[in-house]
Ligand binder design. Structure first.
Ligand SMILES: CC(C)(COP(=O)(O)OP(=O)(O)OC[C@H]1O[C@@H](n2cnc3c(N)ncnc32)[C@H](O)[C@@H]1OP(=O)(O)O)[C@@H](O)C(=O)NCCC(=O)NCCS
Length: 173
């Protein structure tokens, strides 16, 4: 990850559609949220993983980033979460494109607005990407979080890409 050069041409962000990409998506999440941050014990999977759009960011053929997104109602509200970049690949410009990809994808899939529960230290990062605070800070799994939101521009009629089903209702863990 420390090589210099035009690394942006080596950044590939896509929806995880293969078993290999889905496994890599989960590996990144577990490395960050279980092993590094200890936010979850053993694993960070929940019911939303059954149908969520899972995204991987590959830098020079190595999957180093992940995010997932899913609709939470039928009025076009989407949620993005589990944004993670492996520690050794941070500040290289992977996280911001991942967020933009999630926003663009949710818009293309018919979303009107997206929300995310952000770890407080990351609020400036999301603010720079056009997100706004929604309400007051809250505690989630023992850490201070801030709900943030962004309008999804260019929304198209809702559809589910092949291989995905939407499950509405419930509360994201
Ligand atoms: C938050 C995270 C995804 C950012 O990923 P990243 O790949 O380092 O982000 P980028 O390199 O695309 O950063 C883009 C810009 O935001 C800045 N930035 C990154 N994290 C920031 C933060 N927490 N606060 C303020 N600025 C931040 C970068 O320095 C960079 O600035 P620049 O454009 O002036 O160079 C990553 O740090 C991470 O995975 N952290 C651990 C897990 C986590 O906190 N997930 C988010 C849960 S809400």
């Amino acid at each position: 990850m420390t090589d210099q050069g035009d690394w942006t041409t080596d950044l590939d962000i896509r929806i995880a559609r293969t078993d290999e990409d889905v496994a890599a998506h989960h590996r990144v999440r577990e490395a960050v949220f279980v092993a590094e941050q200890n936010i979850f014990v053993d694993h960070d999977r929940d019911q939303w993983d059954d149908d969520a759009v899972k995204v991987v960011a590959r830098l020079r053929d190595e999957v180093v980033g992940a995010v997932r997104l899913y609709p939470i109602d039928e009025a076009g509200l989407w949620k993005g979460d589990r944004l993670a970049v492996l520690a050794g690949a941070r500040t290289l410009g992977v996280g911001a494109p991942l967020v933009r990809f999630a926003v663009a994808t949710a818009g293309q899939m018919g979303g009107a607005r997206m929300i995310a529960l952000i770890q407080r230290p990351n609020v400036p990062f999301f603010h720079r990407l056009g997100w706004s605070r929604l309400g007051d800070a809250t505690s989630y799994r023992g850490a201070s979080h801030q709900e943030m939101t962004i309008a999804l521009s260019g929304a198209q009629p809702a559809f589910a890409p092949a291989g995905y089903r939407w499950a509405f209702g419930g509360t994201a863990a």
